[in-house]
Write a protein that binds this ligand. Structure first.
Ligand SMILES: [Zn+2]
Length: 190
């Protein structure tokens, strides 16, 4: 084997190693994302890909499932609607004097953070929050926004389950090997 051939082989090995690490990272980010899609919490959901253009690009290129991204668009819209509805309900609760000055700091903090409106569907493990939540929710339960909020949560959760499954399918499929911009750079760099 000539010297030139040997150094080319080494370069190829290094590039393959970099690419392997990159694909591992893609898988890791995908798993984090997938677990966020089905999480159960009293906290408002966070849009994992919001403000992360690189992650967005990597996942969209490597997880090539049309249904996944179609669902994701809808999921994002539902989360935005949930945020809006929570804000409206929060204001109404305040107008109706449901903010509780006698409540403990944990309840007050939860109320301030609008968590209460997420608990009717998701439930909370904190007994104190459940109790305070119940009385606040009872005052709001007849409102149209409350009914819509419940429906949005159900739809959002159903979408999350579907997407979770699709992410795992995409990771296992050989489509993950289609290159993103980063893959191309890794391969072209000398
Ligand atoms: Zn890539």
């Amino acid at each position: 084997m000539g010297k030139q051939k040997a150094s080319e082989d080494i370069r190829t090995q290094i590039k393959l190693e970099r690419l392997r690490k990159h694909l591992e990272e893609v898988e890791e980010i995908s798993m984090k994302w997938a677990s966020q899609l089905t999480y159960q919490s009293i906290l408002p959901p966070v849009l994992f890909l919001e403000g992360k253009p690189l992650y967005n690009h990597m996942l969209r290129k490597h997880l090539r499932k049309r249904a996944l991204w179609k669902n994701y668009t809808e999921w994002e819209q539902r989360i935005r609607r949930i945020r809006e509805l929570s804000e409206t309900l929060f204001k109404k609760a305040q107008e109706e004097g449901l903010s509780r000055s006698d409540a403990s700091p944990v309840v007050n903090a939860a109320f301030k953070e609008r968590y209460f409106f997420f608990t009717p569907v998701f439930g909370s493990s904190d007994k104190e929050i459940i109790k305070a939540n119940k009385s606040i929710v009872e005052g709001l339960v007849s409102l149209e926004e409350m009914a819509e909020l419940g429906k949005e949560w159900d739809s959002m959760r159903a979408l999350g389950e579907k997407m979770h499954e699709l992410v795992f399918k995409a990771i296992r499929s050989s489509d993950i090997l289609y290159p993103c911009q980063l893959c191309k750079q890794l391969w072209e760099d000398d």
